[in-house]
Structure formats: structure tokens, C-alpha cells
Ligand binder design. Structure first.
Ligand code: PBG
Length: 327
């Protein structure tokens, strides 16, 4: 039975800061943050990403320092993405399986130097293919099962190098169970899988592709494997399959344009559920605040809180470090 005005005044608990904090339904803490980092070759090298002001590709030595700082602020986990030089890219993306490739060296060195921070590694071929697609291409078709056959090896090599969470971002069918089986076979029963379970074919990934160097080379789009932004029910089927195949946690991506999906997934499956506030979302908020059109801190906090309110257990965000410093 709803009480009525004037007995009920919803403004009453909003009157003071202490009271607003006391009745807050959702809170953002440092434990909610996963910080994505771009890695480049070289040493003491920091290359700004033009479309993501404030974000740079870091050489491994600088990434170790960044990981140390993140750990000291209490950020639980970082995600590493390699910017692979063009001469190491190939039609089938063989560099993905090189034990000494950039990402694997980064995983090993960060694990050794900062053992207490979680390390998440993407599984997909786009950092390594000359065409920028996430899988093996034949006659313009992205082959599913052949690609999965390579991804399972990529996952094992990353686990060997120190990855704590394998995050398949490729959207091939059946890759979660195949990766789980291969990790187990290789003795990595305790390495987690965070499935990019509902990943949409989105225009918001543009700056990321600049950052890892796959934007310029990408031929075509990814609509035969990433999801159609028009679909909601299909996302539930994607997530259900990944859970059935052994995902420890699931991710929805991009973030803010897909809060409805996040909400539905959390409600339907009660799984650890993550949102990826992607590069284009970072670029929008940064561009507008750099122009003085938005107040950076307030819109960043509001956006991150919206993920928590919608049901996220955590957020992959390029703002993680600055937010952790503020919290
Ligand atoms: C690669 C991958 C992408 C992102 C994460 N992993 C790009 C893509 O699928 O094209 C996007 C992240 C971002 O935009 O911040 N499979």
C-alpha cells in the first residue's frame, strides 16, 4: 500500500550528503574495476593513442609500473592488449601462438613483478591477422571450427605465460567448452574463463582498433560473428550457451548502449557479470569533457554507477586508474 504525501516526502532522505550515502542502493568501489592496458614493443616507451586522449600504449617495463600502481590502489585485475607490429601479422595470425610474443612476455613479466594483481588476456586472432578479423578467413568467410582449433592453443600459451583469466572475445561458436577442455588437459584447471558472451558488432570499438593497430588493416566488418545490435533475446541464448560450456563469468559489450542486456543477463543467470565500457565510450566522454562540455569526474562516475545499478559485478574501463585514485 503506497503511502502518500505529505506523510511521505521522498526528498527527506536526500537532504544531506550523509543521508544520501546512507540510503544509496548502489556503490562503486575499487573492487569493481578491471583496467585495460595496451602494450607495445620497446622499452621506456609510451605512445599516446590519438583517439583516446590520456591513454597510451606502454612498453612492458612501463606496463609493469602501471600494474604496480594499479595493485597499490587496490584494482583487482588488469586486461592486456598487444599492439602487434604489422610485420608480425599474417593471414592466419600465427604470432598468436608464439610463446615469446608481446602479450605473453608482458603476462610473464607482470606476473613475476606484481603477483597479486589478476591478469586477464583476450583470446582472439585480430591482434595478429593481416586482415584484422578475429578468425581464420577463407573465401571471405570467417571459419568457425578451424578458428576454435587455434584459439584453444592461444589460450593455453597465455595461461602458461601467467594469465589468470582467459577472455575469449572472438564470438566463435563452441569456443568456451573447447578452451575449457584444452586448459584442463594442459593442467590449468584453475585458470578462469570470462566469456565475452554477448558482444555486439559495434561502431564503438573504433579507437581500440586504432590502439592495437587492427583498424587500418581491417577488411569488411565483424557482423557474421559479433551480434546484431537489434537483438536482445539472442544475447540471452549466447550467455546461456557460454555458461553451459563452462564460463566462470560473462561479459556484455559495449557498455552504456547495452545496459538493458546487462540487466536481463544478470536477472536471468545470477552469474558474475561484467560490462565493458569500450574505447568509443571512453573517447566520447573524454572528448566532451576536454571541450568543457561535460564535467569529467561527474559523468565518469555516473556512467560507472549505471553499470552497477544495471547489475554488473564489475566494469572493464579505461578510467579505472583515475577512478581508483579518486575513490
Ligand atoms: C578484439 C577485441 C575488441 C575489443 C576488445 N577485444 C575489438 C573488436 O572486436 O573489434 C574492443 C574493446 C574496446 O573497444 O575498448 N576481439
Amino acid at each position: 500500500m503506497p503511502r502518500q504525501f505529505p506523510a511521505t516526502r521522498l526528498r527527506r532522505p536526500r537532504g544531506q550528503d550523509w543521508s544520501r550515502r546512507l540510503v544509496s542502493e548502489t556503490n562503486l568501489t575499487v573492487n569493481d574495476l578491471i583496467w585495460p592496458l595496451f602494450i607495445c614493443e620497446g622499452s621506456d616507451s609510451e605512445q599516446p593513442v590519438a583517439s583516446m586522449p590520456g591513454v597510451s600504449r606502454l612498453s612492458i617495463d612501463l606496463a609493469v609500473k602501471a600494474a604496480r600502481e594499479a595493485a597499490s590502489l587496490g584494482i583487482p585485475c588488469i586486461a592486456l592488449f598487444p599492439s602487434t607490429p604489422t610485420d608480425k601479422r599474417s593471414e592466419r595470425g600465427d604470432e598468436a601462438l608464439n610463446r615469446d610474443n608481446l602479450i605473453n612476455r608482458a603476462l610473464a613479466e607482470i606476473k613475476a613483478a606484481v603477483p597479486d594483481i589478476g591478469l586477464l588476456a583476450d583470446v582472439a586472432l585480430d591482434p595478429y591477422t593481416s586482415h584484422g578479423q578475429d578468425g581464420i578467413v577463407e573465401d571471405n568467410i570467417i571459419l568457425n571450427d578451424e578458428t576454435v582449433g587455434v584459439l584453444i592453443q592461444q589460450a593455453v600459451v597465455q595461461a602458461e605465460s601467467g594469465a589468470d583469466i582467459i577472455a575469449p572475445s572472438d564470438m566463435m561458436d563452441g569456443r568456451i567448452s573447447a578452451i575449457r577442455a584444452e586448459l584442463d588437459k594442459a593442467g590449468y584447471q584453475n585458470v578462469q574463463i570470462m566469456a565475452y558472451a554477448a558482444k555486439y558488432a559495434s561502431g564503438f570499438y573504433g579507437p581500440f582498433r586504432d590502439a592495437v593497430g587492427s583498424g587500418g588493416v581491417l577488411k569488411g566488418d565483424k557482423r557474421t560473428y559479433q551480434m546484431n545490435p537489434a537483438n536482445r533475446l539472442e544475447a540471452l541464448r549466447e550467455v546461456e550457451l557460454d555458461i553451459a560450456e563452462g564460463a566462470d563469468s560473462v561479459m556484455i559489450k559495449p557498455g552504456m548502449p547495452y545496459l538493458d542486456i546487462l540487466r536481463d543477463v544478470k536477472a536471468a543467470f545470477s552469474m558474475p557479470t561484467f560490462a565493458y565500457q569500450v574505447s568509443g565510450e571512453y573517447a566520447m566522454l573524454t572528448a566532451a569533457s576536454d571541450n568543457g562540455w561535460l564535467d569529467r569526474n561527474s559523468v565518469v562516475d555516473e556512467a560507472l554507477l549505471s553499470f552497477k545499478r544495471a547489475g554488473a559485478d564489475g566494469i572493464l574501463t579505461y578510467f579505472a586508474l583515475e577512478v581508483a585514485k579518486r575513490l
